[in-house]
Ligand binder design. Structure first.
Ligand SMILES: Nc1ncnc2c1ncn2[C@@H]1O[C@H](COP(=O)(O)OP(=O)(O)OP(=O)(O)O)[C@@H](O)[C@H]1O
Length: 676
């Protein structure tokens, strides 16, 4: 009943039953999944023409597109439990953020959700997208008259969040092309067709000038703020969604850039007949004039929905006239805001607006009966069932194609990150110089015993710290990108994880192998091929454990700050219980288990046994008793309690366990949370 708006009363787009026989569907028959466009035969690039993506992967004739179904929401309410507010029984109270909100958006429309801060704009957008927290959602939301299906909905819609999450070291073109390659079905399109589509999106978003620029970040200069936002939008558009949601797309942009962006969105909506719904704070006159419809919210309820001019006429009829030359957006905010100082007066006014809109919507509804009842118009269009036909595939590519694309993208990002590469290489050589010259050519005298043990303890600590620390700072940020791309159904967790693990492990292994090899000879450890190999193997396994452990922490916590607080704390614990600082026999039983979890301890013990077993020392420089063999040293430090091979075996187990554990945590924590 309350889905009516003045746009309906104007009859701007009558809904007509859709005849399925008039829809020409182009479904290329060759099935294969590919990434390298140049290596491929072209199947049907034209079928992905930008002007046709509304039905994602189907060709639809213009008149059928015009008849396509709408997005409708009816009596939406959303309640959350607020832990700190208690009722008379001491139970947490629930708070209603939205109540009785109804509305609709038609294909090709640009719809702006407006209201003062706290009015419920973002909450409504989240209800419509389905990306909700733990609250309770009531009401109905339909696309083509059918309730959203969680499986197909994530591909039928796209959500551009307020803050952008993009790979800094990819160019604009690469960002959009990877998005297309990952999101569009390989069963239906060749890589070439997908790339052509991405390039078309790039052009339509007027990004041609910036196509070869890197996205950039705080460290490296990249595209401008407006271009960055357009790339974020383009990334979603390449998936050819039917509905595009945007949360405050103009925030942080100057007025000209905002205007250009909204012009883009308007043109996009018109050209593709896509529904575009956005929240917007304080649009300029030009921006608000471009919106086909505004949804005005205050205190979690609708005050008006319809074209701007109709809204102005509606409020004028209630005694609130927009002064001449005043921006309607500012006027709406003025009359919809509830200020603390004039709370009672403002609340009464807003309630009057709620009531007036309810009555208007009911009248509108009656006029439109029976065709506009919430279910009937849409049932007529559901015959097409495009959403289900086109968006229901679990993933667009097979596992190997996905893994290859994600690896390619991740390697580009790693190898182009000059600052990090230079820092890592410098760090490796500084460590070689410091450690190598401090522990240079230790010899076999008595003082070399302490120095040897010191080096064999310091090196694993060093390796663990310098490897794990960068994982803690980079992984949570990439996880944000992954969560967003997974919400759009772009790929599996396993392929992302494989790419991330390889691009983290391989560089770290290279740095470690180079440093460990040089140091082995600089320090003067036993020149024996077998021992040298075990030294490298132990170091490699420790690097694996450090990366895996970094993944465990960063996939379990939501922010870099938390990861950085927890990570070093645990590593210091590993260090304390590694067996050098306190003898295992002196650790209380309640703490002793920590010793058996310490990868640093196992690496230290394996290194010590590898180096000291069978080694003879001279008594040169002895003060008091002379320790003549390495085996005696192992006994003094209790470093042979767990055998060398068992230490190596446990390092293998820790690698497998932590890599799997991180994967499990990531899988659970990255499950797209859609509430329908
Ligand atoms: N999970 C939550 N628990 C409790 N209150 C919430 C929760 N989420 C939102 N709110 C409250 O609901 C109201 C509407 O929030 P919402 O973010 O939708 O407002 P908004 O109109 O988007 O505001 P802004 O323009 O400032 O972003 C606010 O008062 C907010 O504090």
């Amino acid at each position: 009943m309350s889905t009516a708006s003045s746009s309906d009363t104007k009859g701007s787009r009558p809904e007509q039953p859709l005849r399925l026989d008039s829809v020409s569907v182009t479904m290329p028959s060759i099935k294969h999944s590919v990434a390298n466009a140049d290596a491929l035969p072209v199947k049907d690039t034209s079928s992905l023409s930008l002007s046709l993506p509304i039905y994602n992967e189907q060709r639809v004739t213009p008149e059928n597109i015009a008849n396509a179904g709408s997005l409708r929401w009816k009596d939406i309410s959303y309640d959350v439990v607020v832990a700190k507010d208690k009722d008379e029984h001491g139970k947490p109270k629930s708070r209603t953020l939205l109540s009785g909100v109804s509305g609709q958006a038609q294909p090709g429309e640009l719809v702006a959700i407006m209201g003062s801060s706290g009015a419920g704009k973002t909450t409504l957008l989240n209800c419509l997208t389905g990306r909700l927290g733990t609250g309770t959602l009531a009401g109905t939301i339909t696309l083509d008259g059918k309730p959203r299906d969680p499986k197909s909905w994530k591909r039928a819609m796209a959500f551009v969040e307020q803050d952008d999450a993009l790979y800094a070291n990819l160019t604009v073109t690469e960002t959009l092309r990877y998005a297309a390659l990952l999101r569009l079905s390989s069963k239906k399109y060749t890589a070439k067709a997908k790339i052509a589509h991405a390039d078309e999106v790039l052009e339509s978003l007027r990004l041609t000038k910036a196509k070869d620029s890197y996205i950039g970040d705080g460290l490296t200069r990249g595209v401008s703020g407006g271009e960055r936002k357009r790339v974020s939008i383009g990334q979603e558009l390449v998936g050819a969604p039917r509905v595009l949601f945007l949360d405050e797309p103009t925030s942080g942009l100057d007025s000209n850039t905002s205007l250009a962006l909204i012009e883009n969105l308007k043109a996009e909506a018109e050209k593709t007949r896509r529904i575009v719904v956005m929240t917007i704070h304080q649009p300029s006159f030009e921006v608000i004039s471009m919106c086909d419809k505004v949804i005005l919210l205050s205190a979690g309820s609708t005050c008006y929905q319809g074209p701007v001019d109709d809204a102005l006429a509606h409020f004028a009829s209630l005694g609130y006239t927009c002064p001449p030359r005043k921006n309607p957006a500012d006027f709406f905010l003025d009359i919809l805001t509830i200020n603390a100082a004039t709370h009672a007066e403002d609340t009464a006014r807003v309630q009057k607006f709620h009531q007036a809109y309810r009555e208007l919507a009911e009248r509108d509804q009656e006029k439109r009966e029976p065709s506009s009842s919430p279910s009937s118009p849409v049932q007529s269009t559901t015959q097409l069932q495009t959403t289900e036909v086109n968006h229901d595939a679990e993933f667009s590519n097979n596992w190997f194609t996905e893994a290859r694309l994600l690896n390619e993208r991740a390697w580009k990002d790693v190898l182009r990150n000059r600052a990090v590469l230079i820092a890592d290489i410098t760090r490796t050589f500084v460590l070689i110089i410091i450690m190598g010259f401090v522990f240079f050519r230790l010899g076999k005298g008595q003082p070399s015993i302490q120095s040897r043990v010191g080096f064999l303890f310091m090196w694993p600590i060093n390796q663990f710290f310098v490897t794990m620390q960068p994982v803690l700072t980079t992984f949570p940020l990439e996880r944000v990108i992954m969560l967003r791309e997974r919400s759009a159904g772009s790929y599996r967790v396993s392929t992302f994880y494989t790419a991330k693990a390889l691009t983290t492990l391989i560089p770290n292994l290279i740095y470690s192998m180079v440093a460990s090899s040089i140091l082995y000879w600089m320090v003067g450890l036993t020149p024996d091929a077998g021992k040298f190999f075990i030294w490298l193997l132990t170091n490699a396994l420790e690097i694996g454990a450090a990366v895996a452990f970094g993944f465990v922490i960063s996939s379990a916590v939501p922010t870099v700050q938390l990861a950085m607080a927890i990570g070093p704390l645990i590593v210091v614990t590993f260090l304390i219980f590694a067996g050098q600082l306190i003898a295992t026999t002196q650790i209380g039983w309640w703490f002793r288990w920590l010793h058996y979890l310490s990868p640093i301890g196992y690496a230290y013990s394996a290194h010590a046994q590898n180096e000291l077993a069978g080694l003879d020392f001279t008594c040169e420089g002895a003060v008091g008793a002379c320790t003549q063999t390495g085996d005696q040293v192992l006994q003094i430090y209790a470093l042979d309690v767990v055998s060398k091979w068992l230490c190596i075996g446990v390092l293998v187990i820790l690698n497998v366990w932590w890599f799997l554990m991180a994967y499990g945590i990531l899988r659970v924590s990255s499950k797209p949370k859609t509430k329908m």
